[in-house]
Design a protein around this ligand. Sequence first.
Ligand SMILES: C[S@@+](CC[C@H](N)C(=O)[O-])C[C@H]1O[C@@H](n2cnc3c(N)ncnc32)[C@H](O)[C@@H]1O
Length: 555
Amino acid sequence: MNNQGKKPGQSGRRGQEQGQGKGRMRNNAGRGRANSSAASKAASTAPVQKNDEVTLDIIGLTHEGDGVGRVEGFTLFVEDALPGERIVAHVLKVKKQYGYAKLKKRLTDSEDRVEVTGRPEHYGGCQLEYMSYDAQLRWKQQHVVDVLERIGKFEVSKLTEAGSKVEGATELEAANDREAGVGCGASAFDMSDAINGTTNGVDSADTGATIESIQVLPTLGMDNPWRYRNKAQIPIGKDARTGELIGGYFARASHRIIDTDASLIQHEAMDAAMKIVKDVARQYGVAPYNEETHTGLLRHVVIRYGFHTNEMMIVLVTNGERLPQKEVIVDALVDRLPQLKSICQNINTKQTNVIMGDKTKVLWGSETITDYIGDLQFAISARSFYQVNPVQTEVLYEEAVKLAGLTGQETVIDAYCGIGTISLFLAQRAKRVLGVEIVEEAIADARRNAALNGITNTEFAVGASEVVIPQWKSAGITADVIVVDPPRKGCDPALLDTMLEMRPERIVYVSCNPSTLARDLRVLADGGYTVKIVQPVDMFPHTPHVECVSLLQLN
Ligand SMILES: C[S@@+](CC[C@H](N)C(=O)[O-])C[C@H]1O[C@@H](n2cnc3c(N)ncnc32)[C@H](O)[C@@H]1O
């Protein structure tokens, strides 16, 4: 639902460009000169101009899911275009080394294309909805391979379902690889061979030494990749024409709100809740937030839903403390949403893209909702991180625990532990687990969760992992295994240094951003670890995001 990232220069500045070509037809065989006068320097040297129509072949996909093509060697990014397709595109924006274009017509279709009809563009945040699910899984595996090679400078073996290496890329596949494109692979590979040291070594012709390559397994996907999200973060605003309160999701690469009551990737219960919360807000005259003027009250509505318990939490994120008609709003919501367990107000008065502020008040019901992952029960409060895809969370955690290789004797550190989810799974197989997390409420949840599940061998600390873990080390604490699951920006360098000094036997790195994963794995590999395996897990079907869990072994 939440698409806050903007591509560089893609929104809001198109109108500033002057003197550019007016709708010339181009194809990638022809050569034309740029318009002169006030055209920007960048545009004047590019072989295409804004408003040109060009014909091009799509040879790859970016990590954001846009098609990549070339016109006379100049790279264009085209939304909704797939590798293998020949298309006509309208150039929207030209920068020095690349540009953006809009798909006008497909001359040939990729065999991975699926038709999407009868719903709004990128419905509820599904940027890859027009790509078959199998192709999405293959592309995600290839994307992980690409960044490990390009950013991490690793030798990488991409494995197929049967556990063999993918060989013999064609010229187009090789081009796709370079552009972060598609490749081969499937799901459900048994990783035990790779973990147990049946390595995929490559002999170096120069040195005779064996370079061990990282094994990237096929992406673990879902049987039913729809209706999987347990959380919606709905931006609220005002309809420019009618002035009415609207809410839904941001149009791609912009902050324009598309008003909708539904998303095919969230649980149906949240569709109904979305509509009801907006109706109630309109009924009681709640002022929608205006991002540009920083005025109005209701900024976001966050809905959480326990798949196993049917408990629902609604968080009204407001630009100020005072919520007029609070009591009647609460009564109306409770009346119309029988699954409600909690209504909270989170106050965020900052001019920022960050959704939640620091202060949360319970308006009605409980401070938390509960849900289960496997047999374990978890209390979740408004600001705590909780994985959004509960079905795949079980798959992810199972892989993480398997890679940790615990016997019951180990001390384990779980860095970036959130509400202690991974910690409690680890604790069932370890001697002692120490969790650290920066959000205070999440640590309160983690302690509550250990007690709820009768688990007594965990300890949790509030603070930054890069501060707390060095303190533990100074106090003489060491770990046999460290699990890290950082946010998108990856691990802090101070934490990586501390891990290298602590020298745990194994590190399990869970990541939602392959680029920072590759960067950090390189640091750890240079510091004395071998990256044994990277397992992509599809936590976010129909989006370009991919989660990975990887194992590093001390040399
Ligand atoms: C991707 S989530 C993982 C949470 C947990 N492992 C899970 O699976 O639910 C990352 C967590 O790191 C926390 N965090 C962010 N920066 C941190 C830091 N410097 N030190 C510790 N925790 C941090 C966030 O609040 C969030 O809970």
